[in-house]
Design a protein around this ligand. Sequence first.
Ligand code: AKG
Ligand code: FE2
Length: 388
Amino acid sequence: MAAAEEGDAPASLAEFHSSRAGVRGLVESGVIAVPPLFLAPDCKPSPPQPPPTGAAFAIPTVDLSLTRSAVVPLVRAAARSFGFFYVTNHGVLDGTVASAISAVRAFHEQPVTARSACYSLTPVDGVNYYTIPIPIPIPIQQPRNSAGQRASSAASPLLPWRDSLVVRFGPEAADLGRLPAACREALPEYQRSLTAFGKEMAGLLSEALGVGAERLEQEMQVEGCLMACHYYPPCPEPARVVGNLEHTDPSVFTVLSQDAVGGLQIRLEEGGTAGEWVDVPPVPGALLVNLGNVLKMVSNDEYESVEHRVVVSSSEDARVSIALFFNPAKRGDSDLLGPLPELVTADKPARYRRFTFPEFMRSHRESGHARSSSIARFRAADSRTGRP
Ligand SMILES: O=C(O)CCC(=O)C(=O)O
Ligand SMILES: [Fe+2]
């Protein structure tokens, strides 16, 4: 990466993408030091931390083999506290998950000549493979000019230590014939199976809100639309890179599968441990559900969406995960979303104005994925206090 050594970040970004080999390509070429494009001094995560020592901490688990009357309160408690929980006995075959994880690994680990055919910054027939730049401008200090002033700000691109194969299953389905051969069978099967699970989860989350099991579906038509198949290569200097920068998901909810490597963390938000990052270790056979900002807003803040990130913790093992984002299929100009009227009361007025899903996604992209800024522009003015 000659351009990077000369300090020309945009040129080295272009050079990196034109290699069409992803971060895996760097590792294959034998890099022993992380190139500057991947170093984010201000955003660098701290190394994984042990769980907080105060109150016993555990990510909640919802066991779907229990009776519905037992499951609904568990979903309610998990959705209100962390918005992040394991689900066991979910009905998705272990083999379906294992095949999808293996297929994703096989895709990313095939020779560069095979995988580079799919490398593209924009989707082609609903599919693309690339290293997704981190959508935040990282301010870099500008030298002073002759009048002693600094240029206001400049954005230096930042790349994660991660390659992703992204498949859009809806609302317009990808041409599944465009799926790389290594994944052509396993990923559609995984999506079918997870969509059935997602519909069940939407019903449970709806019932746990006290608005009836069909209400969320009726309001939005929740679909497992977008699949991000991530590959975090081993890194020679893991503490210096970002696997997945802290963010909240813009979805209704997301279902995550991960292999046994680990690295996913959530940020605790309440009590004495607020601000601490804790590991979300892989649990064999369990799926992870994390609630997104659309559901937080539609639930009028009854439910939470928690910040999460991935730290790269290994110089030996590549980590694979698959995130399936459940988004509203209703996304036309007249499909307005917002706090469900049943959840708006005199004591708890609507916290958000109404919005369309495309409008929300635009804001999410512009705000760099931080929850506070991505939902801030949808906050309703509180008529009683005048506070935003
Ligand atoms: O790789 C993971 O475990 C997390 C991925 C994630 O948070 C995302 O794709 O939004
Ligand atoms: Fe996420």
